[in-house]
Ligand binder design. Structure first.
Ligand code: ADP
Length: 198
């Protein structure tokens, strides 16, 4: 297969909220020219630092329902009253163009993508400890204490799911974690593109 006809791989980066998924993927995108991020749709309101079309596509519930009914999502979920969906056709188009694609998803979403696309590579980002995760959520400053408590309660179950993932990356120092993530996303010689069944 020539480089131009090679279908890209699909990576799903997941792990508990606040573990550093967004931060690590932003760094990986800077270092890997063949890597593109497929942007998730959500009905939740943007945080101050988030930009539409870059962090998420922020849409109304009505628009989300329409996209869902039209079969536009690889997987979708409702989390605490907000909807999230991974764009099936963006992923396909980017991969057919020869790019590797990364989706940043919660743990349930990642496992759902694996069911649709068994060759997707699931990457679990692990915190050094639950205490450190709490600290990062606090320092991020985007959630009130009750939301942080809810995220931490969910993190325990999420961390138990790490065994279903293809790779684990400990996010201790940013530098170590970026190197590990980039290392496993670097292209092997020759292609190993995969197919989704969705
Ligand atoms: P997620 O996307 O998993 O919810 P974020 O990327 O928003 O997590 O990171 C959560 C917070 O933790 C952010 O404030 C980020 O700057 C910080 N963070 C990420 N990685 C590290 C690290 N290795 N050491 C310390 N803080 C980190």
């Amino acid at each position: 297969m020539t480089e131009s006809s090679r279908q890209g791989r699909l990576f799903v980066v997941s792990g508990p909220s606040g573990v550093g998924k967004g931060t690590l993927v932003a760094e990986a995108l800077k270092k890997l020219p063949h890597l593109r991020r497929a942007v998730t749709y959500t009905t939740r309101p943007p945080r101050k630092s988030e930009r539409d079309g870059q962090d998420y596509h922020f849409v109304s519930v009505e628009r989300f329902e329409r996209l869902k009914d039209e079969g536009m999502f690889l997987e979708w979920a409702e989390v605490y009253g907000n909807f999230y969906g991974s764009p099936k056709y963006d992923v396909e188009r980017l991969r057919l163009d020869g790019n590797d694609v990364v989706l940043v998803l919660d743990v349930k979403g990642a496992l759902a993508v694996k069911r649709q696309c068994p060759d997707a590579k699931l990457v679990f980002i692990e915190p050094p400890s639950l205490g450190e995760l709490r600290q990062r959520l606090k320092e991020r400053g985007t959630d009130p204490p009750d939301v942080i408590a809810r995220r931490l309660a969910k993190a325990q179950w999420e961390m138990e799911q790490a065994l279903h993932f293809d790779h684990r990356v400990l996010n201790d120092t940013l530098e170590n974690a970026v190197n590990k993530l980039v290392g496993l996303m670097q292209r092997p010689d020759g292609g190993d593109g995969c197919e989704c069944h969705a």
